[in-house]
Design a protein around this ligand. Sequence first.
Ligand code: NAD
Length: 471
Amino acid sequence: MSDTELVSTEPATGAFLWRGTCGNVDAEVARARASWAAWAAQPLSYRAEALRRFSNVVRARAEDFADLIARETGKPLWEARGEVEAVMAKVDIAISAFAERTGQRRLDAQMGSRLALRHKPHGVLAVLVPYNLPAEIANGHIVPALLAGNAVVFKPSEKTPATGAYLVDCYRAAGIPEGCVRLLIGGPETGQALAEHPRIDGLLFTGSARTGLALNRRFAEHPEKILALEMGGNNPILVWDTPDLYTAAVLVVQSAFLSAGQRCTAARRLIVDQRLADPLLEQVNALIDRMILDGPHADPAPFMGPMIDNDAADRLTERFLTLSGKGGRPIRYLERPVEGRPFLTPALIDMTETSERPDAEVFGPLLQVIRAESFEAAVAEANNTRYGLCATLVSQDPRRYDAFWANIRAGIINWNRPTIGTSPKAPFGGLGWSGNHRPGGFYAADHCAYPVTSSEAEQARASIGVGLRDG
Ligand code: NAD
């Protein structure tokens, strides 16, 4: 990356993929500012129709789009196809969410007046997103924002700019006015300049807690601006009371290693009944032994691909060494099977005997194992984090799930399901350092528009009943 241009390469091969010019923040914000009022003045049905056309454009280009996402992220093609499906599905979901969560309604009628609740867009919203679901997460912010009548300045991750550019091209091809979705190519400094720009009305952010906390500090001086933060997690998966250790192992492997562990909802800690730990780990190990780690288009299809780049793979390797240095006992080492490329084999490290377990998100295929003596101790361990995005219990005992549900602190609590793979029809967000209580997904509608309450009468009729002298 230079100051003026960004180059994207394929993680799996190192091949050149895309080159683009870095954008000008002032210019992009100004374009969006000039456009949003006309867009907001259109009837909702007009904006909904434009977005439905966008969904059709994506459908027509679905295979090309999935191919690009797979190349740019390194994720398997089957997974990239799922991401494109989610992009298409978002439009109808956002339309339902707008009607259900925001929209407009008559509340009351009294003495010839009516009380109405309606929602207005904020104006110009900045959108900053990570690299791991570069189309789905960006679109998950942009579609509800546009539907509500905002204009958007969207900065894709510097690691996946080609996917960001392709997504914006799809909005354009659907006839959404150019000024309403501005593409801003650039790195973290560009993101910072956009976030600090005086002429944005808010920021929709998905990314790391480190960046999110910095943004939160800056926005503390701007209560007039909306800030929605979706950040990471240090997510636990608990295994208790289950005779079917093979299925438990499948759930653990899916939770920890799909997308090479590069999911905000990925399980980072396996907390397991100490009596089940060894046989469960045997099953997990057996599954990892069979796992195909390969490039996105490989045949047979891989379970997972590489990490996004060598820096990310190096950082994860350092993290593994740090955990070992703190007393973690390696069960399975991280290996780099392809010279010079960021492929990493899944790793397991037993942290049971370590008193100092770092509470940090480990963003890659590395799972920490903690053996617990009692269910209460396991839940306490699961809650031993500043984050609170998601948590899974694997257990055949419904009373355990009741206790888990009541005591665990997380925005997504699952039972006998992987930690990853939440429904777009539900809100999506977490507690603590995982967000700022502005969940996305179905509830994204809430932060894309603000409520306006109006007491209205077509004719002015008023009388003061008490407190006046006869006159
Ligand atoms: P990141 O925080 O490094 O970057 C996210 C975006 O912010 C990028 O566009 C980046 O250019 C920009 N950015 C970086 N520093 C900035 C700054 N100081 N000011 C303004 N913008 C800045 O995150 P990442 O490494 O790309 O993505 C991985 C992270 O995203 C993980 O922590 C993961 O858990 C999180 N994530 C969260 C969710 C969720 O919905 N909660 C979903 C996916 C990923």
